[in-house]
Design a protein around this ligand. Sequence first.
Ligand code: GDP
Ligand code: MG
Length: 158
Amino acid sequence: MSTKVCFLGNGETCKTSYLNYLTQGTYPRVHRYTPTLGVEVVPVAGTPYVIWDIAGQERYGGMHDGYYIGSNRVIFFADASNNETVDALEKWLRDYKRVCDQSVSDDMAILLTKCDMAVEEVVHRCKDFAKQHKIRCFQISLVDDTRFRVPSLTQIFA
Ligand SMILES: Nc1nc2c(ncn2[C@@H]2O[C@H](COP(=O)(O)OP(=O)(O)O)[C@@H](O)[C@H]2O)c(=O)[nH]1
Ligand SMILES: [Mg+2]
């Protein structure tokens, strides 16, 4: 049995970068952004996890709800330098729960990305959100992963 994991969050919050890090061990090329179109479904070798990397932009996101069906886990992404992406977590959580109404907070995690350029206030607001909803929050950076450790999916959903 495989475990479906949805990646949700605004555009440029490192969903695809984290996917590539997990599956290929590659680091993002900063200043190079390629938006995901629709959804990419990628298994993580040696684990039961299959990632559904879903486009964050409304203009490519015609059928978000459809992508959530049958999801077992979810990771919400926000950018530690961008308040808007933290504000949007509320919407992403609501969207997801509308479809996956049995989900519990253990099935969910927040990755607060780009901590190499974190703004303190943004980090605080994200932590508050996580606490309020009892969702675990990990602060990561894919360009400085010695300072901000990047967990594997197994570590996230331990
Ligand atoms: N500063 C910083 N930039 C990052 C980091 N990880 C990824 N990026 C950049 O941020 C953008 C994220 O893009 P992407 O992963 O495609 O975001 P997605 O739209 O959520 O899939 C890219 O331009 C990356 O080069 C990071 O840890 N720190
Ligand atoms: Mg993407």
